[in-house]
Structure formats: C-alpha cells, structure tokens
Design a protein around this ligand. Structure first.
Ligand code: CA
Length: 682
C-alpha cells in the first residue's frame, strides 16, 4: 500500500468510527426520548405541600425502616412529580436531591433499597436531563447512589427491575458497556430453560414450581414488553427469537386464561384473595397508554389484529366468543389444563410431587388450601365467579373432591406446600384432551379425570376412599346464581329453585350450562344466600360483610367412603329445551385401573390407563404395555391418530396396539417429559 492509499484508508476508518459513535449517541437519544415519553404518562396531580428550606418535607418520617409503604420513598416520588410538571425552582429541586443524598434513607426491605429508590432516582435524572439544571457533581453522586442490587443473582421480575434502573444509568451517563449489560440482563428471563419463570410448556412458575400465570407471569409480560418498546429499531432491540417466545406466552397462554374480561381464578396464585385483581391487570386500561396490550402491539405490529380482538373482548365491546378458536393445552410443567371454545372455557388446576400447591403468604389466601385438588373454572360470560371468593365455601371449590368441614380450614403452611401425587398429567392434540389427577391429600384419595370434547367435558372420579370423620364430597360447581334452576328426575322436571338432595337426578340446568348425571349418585343442590368478608380470605382486606346467592351443586360420597365413584358431564352453552337430547357420549369404564370415554359423533376415544392393559371401544381394541393417557381420533378409520403422554414423567418408551397393528413410541425426555406425542397408524 502506498502512502496516499494509507492516508485515504486512515481517513475512511476515522469517518466510519465517527459515524458509528454518532449512531450510538443517536440511539441513546432515541431510547431516552421514549423512556421520557413513557414516564410522562405517569404525571399525577400537583402536590401543594410546601418543601422546607433544607429540602425536606415535614410530613415524611425519613428514619422509617418500614418494609411496605416506606415513607421516605414519598420524597423521591414528589420530586419526580415536580420534574414531570416542571413547577419547582431549580434551587429547590437541587436542595431536595442533596437532602436525599445526605440523609440516605434505607428500609428493612431490600426491595426499597435495591429497586424502589434507585428506580425513582433514575426516573428523576431522566426527566431532568435535558433541562441541565443539575450540577454535574450532584448528578454523578446520584448515579453512584443508584448502583444497587445484584442483577446477575436476581431472578424474574426482580432481575428485570434492577436491569431497568441500570438502563436509566446507562442512558444518563451514555455508557455503552453498561447499556449492553442492562439490556442483556433485562431480556435474560425470556427463555424457556428457567427453574422459575417461563417454562418449556409456556406456563409460568414462581415461588418454586408453582403455577403463577396471571400473577407473577403478568408482571413479567408487562415489564418485558415495556423495555422492548423503548428499544424498538435500535441495536438493543429484543431479538426475534425472544420476541417469538414472549408473544407465544402472551397470546397462547396468558390471554387464553381470560374469558371476556375475567381471568381464570386458578392462575392468580394468592391473588385469588384480592378484590382488585381485575383492575391491577391493567392490560387494556384506557387511562394508561402503556397497558400490556398497547405495549405488545407496539413491539410486534404483526399481532395487531389478534391483540385487538382480545382487547375488544376484555373491554366488552365484543362478545366473549369473539374470534375465540377451539384450543386445548396441557401444561406438564405446572399441572394445568386450558380448554377454550367459542362458547366457553373449562380449565383445571391440579398438583403433583413435581409442583407446589397454591400458596398462602403475607396474610393472603388464608383458606385456599384445596385449590389445586382439581379446581375447574367453567366460564361462559366470564363473570361466573367474579368476586365470589369471600362467600365461597372453600372445601367446595368447583371440581374438587375433599372433606366437607363445618368450618373452612385455614392453610397452616405458608408459601406453598409440595404435592405428593405421581400420576398427574394430560394428553392433547392441541384441540382435544384428557387430564388425570390422582388425588392424595388430607387423608382423601381419588382418581379424577377429565375428558374434553367440543361441546362436552366428561368428569369421572373413582377409587374415592377416606377414613376422615367428615363426609367426602365432589363439587360440580359453586358459582353466582343467575336466573332459574331446572332439574330432571324420574324422567320429569322437578322443582329445583329451593335446592334438593336426591339420588334420582338425571340432569340440572343453570345459567346456560347443563350438568348430566348418567350414573346418578347422592346429589345436593343449594341456591342460598352465602355470607362472608374479604378479611376471611385475606387479613389485609375489609371485614365488611359481603353476600349473594350462590348456585352450589355437589355429590355426597358419605362418611368413610370405600371405592366410591362419580360421573358427570358438563355441557356449556345449552338451552333448557335442548337438555333432553341424547348425548353422543359413552362412559366405557370408570375403575381404579382405567377410565375411558368415547364420543361417537367425533369417533374419538380417550383413555386413562393406570396400568398396562387393554380396552375395546368403538370396534377397536387398544392395548398398551405401560400406564399412560391416550387419545385416539378417527378410531373407525384405517388410519387412526393416537396422542399419548406419560403422567409419571418416568417412562422412555411405550408400545401401543390398535387391533393387530403395533407401534413402539419413544416418549419425550428432558424438559419435555410429560408432553404429548402424536402419530398416525398406517
Ligand atoms: Ca364445608
């Protein structure tokens, strides 16, 4: 290379370098503008309390160490509001910030010190940056004070929160290395290989292996979409493969747990005992421009249509059925079933030795100990259980089998109790499914299974045993009473509005849902007013009495049941006049070895094999050499499709025969143990 060329080359490199630095600065500016725009939507009404000459407020206890409602944080929040409204003199602002640095308030709760304080300082600095009113040494000291929390060690929402104040710091100091690290940490929870957080089956767990789709899982969603929205179109943008994961969790898990504007009570964790859960969701709030769905649309405009449909259902400008497609998911990492149809949702919560029961803690969810014992959420309009919790009888949660106490039992173990059952799982082809729950809790055992079709869900229980002194019951439903109740016994309609106890009931109809009892049983119905208070289920809430009429339908298996059984079929979206139509359902077997149901119109057979065995149904003999849950479609055709899963999550292979055709199937391993394998017989 000659001299001239070398010179040219040098200039070229220099120009490129300048462009990239300028580009980097430009990116910081873009991110900063978006964050400021985001923060500005937080503007509150002005605070008229006058600030003292030393930069403090007389009504704030700066020595407080309180764990929640920590008073000193008010100081930062007020400064933030002043910065938002630009209605304070620079001198006062500076004095107030200096006061904070001097006094350095701390709480006994790490969250206040490592997340709340540095976040508030970061927001103030972001808002004041363009005005340049802060002397650089003051800004530097505040930036040093913001260095709190161990982002690498923190998990889930905490990791994200710490990463966010790191990101503020990086923007303010134009520190590219810090920015890279903040963004990397912020997006790290968007992966499927977490112990806690998002799972390979797209469920969400927190506080150990505990189902938390709408509670912590919703905080995760909102936080990630928020940060992603700040970084759109920059070199820090959320990578495409992570965006796919996040969208999948939002659309195919989270949003499917919501019917109309009401979320499945099974997904809320201990939040089931809070009355403001729905408002807290803040997923479509018009007041907030940065609600979850708005952020998700911004981050991925390709989902505009599907998210707009969800928004219309939630805002109730469209019916709960609007653009709802038939879908079925079984979450083998969290023991949860989601079954959605245009006409209804029917979801089931169970627990196994691999997972943890719904937690109590912070004085919340005080009597929810039986929630995971097969709770079924049956929704049509969506509001069937909305705020019914304070007046529920908590040992008759819809779907569960358990002891019927006179007084609801308090949870004694906080933060979730490990399950014990080994045979818990579900098979699905994405539209239909079978779920099994081998119940063993509180001295009650039962083999419970659910068989999901298009218009019906068949619920079977068998091997119900207990030596407890209370009667053992299985609850079919306990929901708000709406309109008349109809019942049919001895082939004629019977008066049902006042409730009954009967061994002859064939069906009950209420609120557009039919309940069939093909094998009858000791069935009880009440339509009485029930009373309670939020304080009974959550000690932080009001003791005021809440009351209302409740439709409650259950089987009484009696005291000391020995190998008792039940069968009922739920048909949501049916009128009273259609109730006497013959169903296309055949309950083939309901024993401790096997539970099986055929749907003759769908040509489908669903079987729970508790042990290796054989079953003949719809002209087909199905044989398996291992316990499993099996779903056979097009069973009368030459090429039936079989879907199979292993509820023990221990097997590696299974041999299945349909009539005389055999297939050896390798079952999913590793993170996918318990997942379904589908294949076609030739
Ligand atoms: Ca009771």
């Amino acid at each position: 290379m000659n001299k001239l060329w070398r010179k040219f080359y040098f200039v070229l490199v220099l120009v490129c370098l300048m462009i990239s630095v300028a580009h980097g600065q430009d990116e910081f500016e873009r991110v900063e503008k978006r964050i400021i725009a985001y923060l500005k939507t937080d503007a509150d009404t002005a605070h008229n309390l006058s600030i003292k000459a030393d930069g403090s407020w007389a009504d704030i206890d700066y020595a407080s160490k309180a764990e929640t409602n920590w008073a000193p944080l008010l100081h930062l929040n007020r400064i933030k509001q002043f910065a938002l409204q630009e209605n304070i003199t620079p001198t006062k602002m500076i004095t107030a910030l200096r006061y904070w640095l001097q006094v350095n308030p701390t709480s006994n709760n790490w969250f206040q010190n490592e997340i709340a304080s540095p976040t508030a300082i970061g927001e103030i600095l972001m808002l004041l940056k363009s005005s340049k009113i802060l002397p650089p040494p003051l800004q530097d000291s505040l930036l040093v004070r913001m260095k709190q929390g161990n982002v690498e060690k923190a998990i889930g929402a905490n990791k994200l929160d710490i990463a966010i104040h790191m990101l503020y710091r990086a923007c303010i100091s134009r520190d590219k290395i810090l920015m890279d690290s903040a963004v990397n940490q912020a997006f790290m929870p968007i992966t499927l290989n977490n112990n806690e957080g998002l799972q390979p089956d797209y469920s969400y767990r927190q506080h150990g292996p505990q189902l938390q789709i709408a509670s912590y899982g919703q905080v995760f969603l909102t936080g990630e979409y928020k940060v992603a929205s700040w970084l759109i179109g920059t070199s820090y943008a959320l990578p495409a493969e992570k965006l796919k994961i996040l969208d999948q969790y939002l659309i195919n898990t989270y949003l499917k747990t919501i019917r109309g504007r009401y979320i499945d009570f099974n997904t809320e964790g201990r939040g089931i005992s809070r009355n403001e859960v729905l408002d807290k969701l803040n997923i479509t709030s018009k007041a907030s421009k940065h609600n979850l769905l708005a952020l998700a649309k911004q981050v991925n405009p390709n989902n505009e249509q599907i998210l707009a449909a969800a928004e219309q259902r939630i805002l109730q400008t469209q019916a709960p059925s609007f653009q709802v497609k038939p879908a079925h998911s079984y979450f083998y990492k969290s023991d949860y079933t989601l079954h959605t149809r245009p006409a209804y949702s029917f979801n089931v919560r169970t627990v196994s030795k691999r997972t943890i029961r719904t937690e109590a803690g912070n004085r919340e969810n005080l009597i929810g100990k039986f929630l995971p014992d097969g709770a079924t959420n049956i929704q049509r309009k969506g509001d069937e259980y909305f705020n019914i919790m304070p007046i529920w009888e908590w040992d008759k949660i819809p779907g569960i089998t358990g002891r019927d106490y006179v007084v609801d039992q308090k949870t004694t173990l906080e933060w979730g109790e490990r399950g014990v059952g080994a045979f818990i799982g579900g098979t699905t082809d994405g539209v239909y499914g079978t779920t099994v729950y081998d119940l063993n809790y509180n001295e009650v055992t039962a083999k419970k299974a659910w068989f999901f079709f298009d218009d019906e869900v068949v619920c079977l229980g068998t091997a119900i045993n207990s030596y407890a002194k209370e009667p053992i019951t299985t609850t079919v439903n306990q929901a708000w009473q709406k309109g008349v109740v109809k019942a049919f016994a001895n082939d004629k309609l019977v008066e049902a509005n006042k409730g009954f106890t009967s061994a002859a009931i064939q069906w009950v109809w209420h609120d557009s849902v039919g309940y069939y009892f093909p094998n009858k049983g000791q069935i009880n119905l009440t339509n009485d007013e029930q009373r309670g208070s939020w304080a009974t289920i959550n000690a932080n809430r009001s003791k005021n009495e809440v009351k209302g009429k409740v439709f409650k339908l259950w089987f009484n298996h009696g005291v000391d049941p020995v190998n008792q059984a039940y069968a009922y079929i739920v048909k949501p979206g049916i009128s009273e006049n259609e109730m006497n139509k013959v169903l296309a359902i055949k309950i083939i077997v309901n024993t401790a070895a096997m539970q099986a149901v055929a749907h003759t119109d769908l040509q489908m057979v669903q079987v729970v094999f508790y042990e290796a065995g054989s079953l003949t149904a719809e002209g087909c003999t199905i044989t398996v050499d291992q316990p499993c849950v099996l779903l056979v479609k097009a069973i009368k055709s030459k090429n039936p499709t079989v879907s199979v899963s292993d509820p023990t999550q221990k097997l590696t292979a299974i041999r299945i025969s349909l009539n005389l055709v055999h297939a050896s199937i390798t079952l999913p391993q590793g993170d996918d143990k318990g997942a379904t394998t589908s294949f076609q017989f030739n």
